[in-house]
Design a protein around this ligand. Structure first.
Ligand SMILES: [Zn+2]
Ligand SMILES: [Zn+2]
Length: 253
């Protein structure tokens, strides 16, 4: 037993590790942040899903390029979306702790959940692990306004993007796309209000960097797609070829 593992074992006795979702003690040798029961309760999105909004489709429904019945008619600037699970229950709890309780090390298990799910998807269409490796040149996190990043101490999307880029063996760009101004929290806004709120919120420091590049935009949650779409608009205005969006969870638009 090394000194490090000895101290960890000692620490586990004094402060038994708890599940970050249900708060139960975890008695396991494996370094883990989520209990087995909570892991089993994650509602993953099935393989038959809409490429635009990521929402799971019924068994006899297929989405065209223009989206599904939920998102058709919403104009988005990105080319595809994928996420592992619905934004509810265990995943919602974990993302809240990650973001608002500043538990930065939850990036690790969240990315693990996403990558495991992406590698389990075998269809030729959609964004699975294999397609992403082939279809993407650079991974880019959705930026926070500098003041918000300073207050939180980290940008949750950046932590996720760095880990995801390692899994995909792709470079990550964390300082080109940035947020010009602090937008008001979007939770209570309608879709149109969100669009107005986000308009002109992002810019590129080096406009050449994403020219003819295929970008994978990373965020924690995809809700209305307005933020991601605005980022995609800026990237494409600078000559970006494709913009795909990958998040841990999503709610459908
Ligand atoms: Zn649990
Ligand atoms: Zn859709």
């Amino acid at each position: 037993m090394t000194i490090k593992t000895y101290f960890r074992a000692l620490l586990d006795i004094v402060f038994p590790p708890r599940c970050f979702s249900c708060d139960r003690d975890i008695f396991t040798e494996k370094k883990s942040y989520i209990c087995e029961d909570c892991l089993k309760n994650i509602r993953y999105v099935g393989e038959n899903r809409c490429l635009i909004c990521g929402y799971e489709l019924g068994p006899f429904v297929s989405a065209s390029d223009g989206g599904c019945t939920r998102c058709r008619g919403f104009k988005v600037m990105f080319d595809g979306t994928s996420y592992a699970a619905k934004f509810e229950g265990v995943i919602r709890e974990l993302i809240h702790r990650f973001k608002y309780n500043y538990v930065d090390f939850l990036a690790e298990p969240l990315v693990e959940i996403l990558i495991n799910h992406l590698s389990a998807c075998n269809t030729q269409t959609g964004l699975n692990l294999n397609n992403l490796k082939k279809e993407v040149d650079v991974v880019v996190p959705v930026p926070l306004f500098w003041w918000r990043r300073f207050k939180r101490g980290f940008n949750q999307s950046e932590l996720l993007a760095k880990k995801i880029s390692k899994h995909l063996l792709l470079p990550v760009s964390t300082n080109n796309l940035y947020r010009i101004r602090n937008t008001i929290p979007q939770i209570k806004l309608s879709r149109t209000e969100r669009q107005q709120n986000m308009r002109g919120a992002f810019a590129l420091k080096r406009t050449e960097e994403f020219k003819k590049r295929r970008v994978l935009l990373i965020d924690d949650v995809l809700t209305t797609g307005v933020t991601a779409s605005e980022c995609a608009r800026v990237i494409k205005a600078a000559g970006g070829e494709k913009v795909y969006v990958l998040t841990i969870a999503g709610a459908g638009f």
